[in-house]
Design a protein around this ligand. Structure first.
Ligand SMILES: Nc1ncnc2c1ncn2[C@@H]1O[C@H](COP(=O)(O)OP(=O)(O)OP(=O)(O)O)[C@@H](O)[C@H]1O
Length: 575
């Protein structure tokens, strides 16, 4: 069993995705006040340990720390709760509630498609989770059956949406340096595939695909390669599976609109699906059936969808929305690319596979490059020539956070999760970023307002999971006796006021001439100048008639000695 921080022990792997491995783990001791759920010793939890390449990416680390309060406060009846975020040396991990049931992908594989009514009711709960997160400004961006876990409660099967924040953590400039984006081809919205501005409507598209898959057993678009699938998202209408009631098909079609503005809000989707479920069930009343037939009127879009900045999708003011994204290829490029690149990405492509790291729709003839052996279905594709982001915007030199991480690693820190002061966010000043990151989420709401109180005081109130109020954060808990740590840390000092960030200094230029001019304070220069003067004097003495005029033909050394002894005599006489 491997410890994670001082608080958790990894027991056995539950599964592996493109962004990390999920472990069943046990709480070793109660977590400190920095965790959303302190937990009890012996309690079982699920821990997602992020892949090394993510954990080593300073941008991911920065976002991990900065967004911890967003992730920790995202609580809903249908969202797997994130209990804690752990940073320890090279390791980044999310501690979650352990859900014992299967995920929807596995459930579908083992049990086949759902009835139309069941599919509506399951997707309605997923839409509830999306409505809550969108209201908080969080866009999931990787909605798919594998990210919906099923648990049983007194009301039957309850879907729980997980992996919130993973896409946003993984979608790092460090990764997008290679002009890739994170997503799963079968569930990627057209605007994401094309690199157009993204909003919470991408999640509605994902919900539409999920709903389609629940009733038909397969996603609407599939193909031999990732690009072939992306092409269909962009250009092809979904085929209507046999036996789907009209109102349900209306909902699916609206969710799968190519135009994000025509997709319903998550709230409206949930309401519409419940109306459809009520109207198509065997025991439906005529009124319920009529209401279901009029479902189109319930599918109003979100007038203020949560934005995904840096995709061109919104302002940078919202801390919860920063999802940097590299620019992508035009739809036409994708369409043209699909066929040509089909062979490149064909091998091993599974439309329902785990999150893929995908290019922004590669250009014609794109060749696959070796993928990550840890995540076999992950597909890396080359960038489109001419669509590569401006190289001048690439970061140069070490990332400011590298120093902080290195310092943390050198101290061999255990479970240090620190809130980040917005004024200290070094990325705000990074020249390569187009958009300054927004201020980090406020610490104040901890313990003051539960998520449900903030967003759904009345509506979904009874569905909210109330988190126990938290202690005011920043005083770190006393450290456990160090196992590997060398010297004892000094006692906690008063927190310092935020310092003005230092400008990065240009590396010092060495002069082409290593000898400084005398008079500018350089001893070496003085000595060299004295030497030069002495050489000039010797040359002048030997090559000019100076000795005849001045010293009756004596050589340089004799006359020099005479001059020096005269000076010494004069000084002594003066004394
Ligand atoms: N909180 C949890 N409790 C129990 N099992 C979980 C939990 N979270 C994830 N799992 C399981 O762990 C496995 C891997 O999860 P992970 O999220 O890494 O997979 P994935 O969604 O395919 O990956 P990715 O989103 O990175 O592509 C899945 O089978 C999932 O069912």
């Amino acid at each position: 069993m491997r410890p994670v921080g001082s608080k958790y022990l990894l027991e056995e792997p539950l599964g592996r995705g493109a962004t990390g491995t999920v472990w069943r783990a046990r709480q070793r001791e109660t977590a400190g006040s920095e965790a959303a759920v302190a937990g009890q010793p012996g309690e079982t939890v699920a821990i997602k340990v992020l892949k090394e390449e993510l954990a080593n990416d300073p941008d991911v680390v920065m976002r991990f720390l900065r967004e911890r309060s967003v992730l920790l406060r995202l609580t809903h009846h249908n969202i797997v709760r994130t209990r804690d975020l752990v940073v320890e040396g090279d390791l980044l991990a999310l501690v979650m509630d352990l859900i014992e049931g299967p995920d929807l992908h596995r459930y579908l594989r083992e049990n086949g498609p759902f009835s139309s009514v069941a599919a509506c009711l399951v997707t309605a709960q997923v839409a509830d989770a999306l409505a809550a997160s969108h209201a908080d400004g969080v866009v999931h961006r990787d909605l798919k059956p594998a990210n919906v876990l099923l648990t049983e409660d007194e009301n039957g099967m309850r879907p729980m949406l997980t992996d919130f924040g993973i896409a946003r953590l993984a979608d790092s400039p460090g990764l997008t340096r290679t002009q890739e984006f994170v997503g799963t081809p079968a569930y990627v919205a057209p605007e994401s595939a094309e690199g157009r501005p993204q909003t919470s409507a991408v999640d509605i598209y994902g919900a539409g695909i999920l709903l389609y898959e629940l009733v038909s057993g397969r996603p609407p678009f599939s193909g031999d390669s990732a690009l072939a699938v992306l092409h269909q998202h962009l250009a092809q209408e979904p085929e209507r599976p046999a036996g789907i009631p009209d109102p349900l098909w209306t909902v699916i079609e609206r969710c799968l609109s190519k135009n994000p503005d025509q997709r319903p809000s998550a709230d409206n989707l949930a309401r519409a699906l419940r109306t459809v479920a009520g109207g198509i069930s065997g025991s439906a009343t005529p009124q319920a059936a009529a209401a279901a037939m009029g479902v189109g009127g319930l599918l109003a879009p979100d007038p203020t969808p949560a934005q995904v900045p840096d995709t061109g999708g919104g302002s940078n003011a919202e801390p919860t929305q920063v999802l940097p994204h590299s620019s992508g290829a035009a739809g036409a490029a994708a369409a043209g690319a699909a066929g040509a690149a089909a062979g490149a990405a064909a091998a091993g492509y599974d439309p329902a596979a785990e999150t893929n790291v995908m290019p922004h729709t590669g250009g014609p003839g794109g060749q696959g490059v070796p993928g990550d052996p840890d995540a076999a279905p992950t597909q890396h594709m080359p960038p489109v020539p001419g669509n590569a982001p401006d190289q001048s915007q690439q970061p140069e030199g070490p990332h400011p956070w590298e120093n902080q991480m290195r310092a943390a690693r050198d101290r061999n820190e255990q479970t240090q999760v620190q809130p980040v002061d917005p004024s200290l966010d070094p990325l705000r000043r990074r020249p390569h970023r187009r958009a300054a990151p927004p201020p980090p989420p406020q610490q104040a709401p901890y313990g003051q307002q539960s998520y449900g109180q903030q967003q759904y005081g009345q509506g979904y109130g009874q569905q909210q999971q109330q988190r126990p109020p938290m202690q005011p954060p920043p005083q770190p808990p006393p450290q456990p006796p160090p196992q590997r740590r060398e010297p004892q840390r000094p006692p906690q000092r008063e927190p310092r006021p935020p310092r003005e960030p230092r400008q990065r200094r240009e590396p010092r230029q060495r002069s082409a001439n290593p000898v400084k001019i005398p008079g500018l304070g350089c001893l070496k220069g003085c000595l060299v100048m004295i030497l030069i003067i002495a050489v000039i004097c010797v040359l002048a003495w030997n090559l000019t008639p100076l000795p005849e005029w001045w010293a009756d033909g004596k050589n340089f050394w004799e006359s020099s000695k005479e001059v020096v002894s005269n000076i010494v005599d004069s000084v002594q006489n003066l004394g």
